[in-house]
Ligand binder design. Structure first.
Ligand code: TYD
Length: 137
């Protein structure tokens, strides 16, 4: 995680099977994303003006999808930052370990779906920005 960079984090175009009755997007671990999926969680009913995230992970890979609505994700590797806007369910932001992230500017009704490579483990979180910066040195 020490050497990971915001430039290792990409928006992946997922497949979209389109028909008149609606669309379907399929995500398969180690097929169209580079990790096995062990957990899915989603954020919803996010009040206007609220922000989420504000931490990094040591080992966890995530694919972050705007399943509905839109929001912005700030990525920070301790040196470089970038902001990605997610607003389509057939695109996902791959976030590698060792990246500080903040999510904000949620539209009303936004659903932030996260596919994660590991089960929940509080020990995998870095929640203090100063600790994060020190680990990246
Ligand atoms: P957190 O990851 O800090 O939220 P966010 O980054 O979306 O702002 O998690 C919020 C709370 O939910 C925290 O108390 C931990 C708990 N939690 C779980 O118990 N299991 C999980 O899989 C996740 C993602 C969070």
């Amino acid at each position: 995680m020490k050497n990971s960079s915001v430039y290792d984090c990409h928006v992946l175009a997922l497949n979209k099977i389109h028909n008149l009755a609606g669309n379907i997007t399929i995500v398969e671990g180690e097929q169209n994303i580079p990790f096995n999926i062990r957990r899915i969680y989603y954020l919803y009913d996010i009040p206007g003006g609220e922000s989420r995230g504000g931490h990094a992970h040591k080992e966890l890979y995530q694919l972050i999808v705007a399943a509905s609505g839109s929001y912005e994700v700030l990525l920070d590797d301790g040196t470089n930052k970038k902001i990605v806007r997610l607003n389509r369910p057939n695109f996902g932001l791959l976030v590698v370990p060792g990246i500080w992230r903040e999510l904000f500017e949620f539209s009303s009704g936004a659903i932030c779906m996260v596919l994660a490579s590991h089960r929940y483990d509080e020990a995998d979180y870095i929640r203090e920005y100063e600790s994060f910066k020190n680990l990246k040195k």
